[in-house]
Write a protein that binds this ligand. Structure first.
Ligand SMILES: Cc1cc2nc3c(=O)[nH]c(=O)nc-3n(C[C@H](O)[C@H](O)[C@H](O)COP(=O)(O)OP(=O)(O)OC[C@H]3O[C@@H](n4cnc5c(N)ncnc54)[C@H](O)[C@@H]3O)c2cc1C
Length: 412
């Protein structure tokens, strides 16, 4: 039997994806959690040249991360790595599964929609994609969700999932690859399965924006990161740059000071966009220094890892090489709308257009959370919109089936 090892950390949804894929193809594996273990981290870095997780080995041969594993499984190439007696293909079911409601996205909006539609006895299916908890899985702290007195985003996410499942939401770690909203019931396809649904709620949120500068993608996982919670501990006693000037940049910068010796916040202007309270916290933190009026033009490294960056002052035009061990980018988000281009109406910035009842231009297809909201972008507002979308989906399905529904909520 092949010896499969997967190196993981706490709070790593990509590690969960890789583990689930291995479980799906019925391959036993050994999990080695390297959270807070600098010696192990160095060892993995030496073996893989990577500073992120998951990292997977089969019979001591380095395979790569969750994406590499999925590619090997999809192509069938994993068979020769595992030995011929191992099952290799993810089974694709030929039957189309019929559902009342499908929720696409496992962030706050999606789970809120799940709670409402499952309490309405619609037995919704919630397709999580690859990030359980969505963007909240990228952060450690959650202090501003009304009624949630804990502070740990991870605990909050688990609570959301448990609550939705308790009422009958079925959750699956599947990524939607295609939709057809011209037909009804609507058609939804994932890597594993095809579905139809009477109503669909889109909660695909948004993803961190990249800098698009030389070296950024080359050193992704080798010192460039978009997730302080996931990768921060890999930079103990090292010097880091955080790019950005909003709440997320400061919150994550402050978090990184737990590990880093110094954190330099590089911001293109001479004042921050962040809220007053976050600014005060950052200014009080001795380990945080600001580099104002400056943009990063290049990430530089020695092929193994980041060694520095090229910075340019936008006022003087002066450039400098700035030695650094890691770069964390927090410069905003792009809506995860790839599935919906030319399918439903999007605004000029690519966000799904909805009315006050979360209804898109297609009756029965609703959207909630950061996929339509580029103003508030908070867990509580995403949750509120998810709840509203859930209520409207319930109403829509009731009308289709000629069932009664409280008259004060109309779908028109
Ligand atoms: C670093 C950071 C810190 C933050 N801190 C706070 C905070 O302290 N308080 C606060 O209120 N907000 C905070 N936010 C903002 C908050 O996380 C978002 O507003 C909220 O998560 C939006 O929820 P959502 O459900 O709309 O989308 P997301 O959280 O973005 O979730 C999207 C979901 O869609 C899934 N998905 C995407 N594409 C597909 C597909 N094709 N198939 C299936 N599933 C798919 C993803 O896997 C994910 O589960 C923070 C955000 C970040 C990045």
């Amino acid at each position: 039997m092949a010896n499969v090892k997967i190196y993981t950390t706490d709070f790593c949804s990509y590690c969960d994806i890789a583990k689930r894929l291995l479980e799906k193809i019925e391959v036993a594996y050994e999990e080695i959690n390297i959270h807070g273990d600098p010696a192990m981290r160095d060892q993995i870095e030496e073996l893989t040249g990577r500073r992120d997780v998951p990292q997977i080995f089969i019979n001591d041969q380095y395979i790569g991360d969750d994406d590499s594993l999925a590619a090997l499984v999809n192509s069938g190439e994993i068979q020769s790595l595992l030995g011929s007696d191992q099952p290799t293909q993810v089974e694709t079911k030929s039957n189309i599964e019929e559902r009342n409601v499908i929720i696409i996205g496992g962030g706050t909006a999606g789970f809120a929609a799940g709670i409402y539609t499952s309490r309405a006895m619609l037995e919704p299916l919630l397709l999580i994609g690859n990030a359980l908890g969505g963007q909240l899985s990228l952060t450690l702290d959650l202090e501003n969700y009304p009624g949630y007195f804990g502070t740990e985003a991870n605990e909050f996410i688990n609570g959301l999932k448990q609550q939705a499942e308790k009422f009958g939401t079925e959750t699956r770690f599947e990524t939607v690859t295609e939709v057809d909203f011209k037909q009804h019931p609507f058609w939804v396809k994932t890597y594993d399965q095809e579905y139809t649904a009477k109503s669909v709620i889109i909660c695909t949120g948004s993803s961190p924006r990249t800098l698009d500068i030389p070296g950024e993608s080359e050193y992704g996982g080798k010192g460039v990161s978009y997730c302080a919670t996931c990768d921060g501990f890999l930079f103990r006693d090292q010097r880091l740059i955080v790019v950005g000037g909003g709440d997320a940049a400061l919150e994550e910068g402050i978090f990184l000071t737990k590990y880093a010796s110094e954190v330099f916040v590089v911001h293109r202007r001479d004042q921050l966009r962040a809220s007053q309270i976050m600014q005060e916290r950052a200014f009080k933190n001795d380990k945080i220094k600001f580099i104002w009026d400056t943009v990063m033009e290049e990430v530089v490294g020695d092929e193994q890892k980041v060694t520095g960056t090229k910075l340019r002052n936008v006022k003087t035009g002066e450039t400098q090489f700035f030695p650094i061990d890691g770069v964390f980018v927090f410069i905003g988000h792009n809506p995860n709308n790839q599935l919906f281009q030319d399918v439903i109406e999007l605004d000029g910035q690519g966000y799904v257009i909805v009315d006050r009842k979360q209804q898109t231009n297609i009756k029965g297809v609703f959207a909630a959370g950061d996929i339509h909201d580029h103003v508030f972008r908070q867990a509580i507002t995403a949750g509120g919109a998810g709840a509203a979308a859930g209520i409207m989906a319930e109403k829509f399905v009731a009308e289709l089936e000629n069932r009664s529904y409280p008259a004060e909520i109309s779908t028109n």
